[in-house]
Design a protein around this ligand. Structure first.
Ligand SMILES: [Zn+2]
Length: 100
């Protein structure tokens, strides 16, 4: 078991057939899109697709990226970025919004 660097959740890594490791939630979940099977002490699997459905003996796991509570790479909507910018005198009146 491992720990997510971003949200500190417990995760596992699935060794994909491409050789990459994908972080998934530690418990199998039917709603997941990553099929994996224990081979020795390593979870080996693949990402489900139309051409590669669930194979016998594999269980589904959810990719942790979908559930990670800390997503630093998600860009903010432009409106939020504009709101977050400090007052620079461009606006004639100070914003009544609460400031952090
Ligand atoms: Zn996380």
């Amino acid at each position: 078991m491992s720990t997510c660097r971003d949200c500190r959740a417990t995760i596992r890594f699935v060794r994909l057939e491409s050789g990459k490791s994908m972080p998934v939630n530690p418990m199998p979940d039917e709603t997941g899109t990553v099929a994996a099977d224990w081979q020795g002490r390593v979870l080996v699997g693949y990402v489900l697709s139309k051409t590669d459905p669930l194979r016998p003996g594999y269980r589904l796991y959810r990719a942790h990226r979908a559930d990670c509570s800390d997503k630093p790479r998600v860009p903010r909507p432009a409106s939020l970025l504009d709101d977050a910018s400090p007052a620079s005198g461009h606006h004639p009146a100070p914003s009544p919004r609460r400031t952090r």
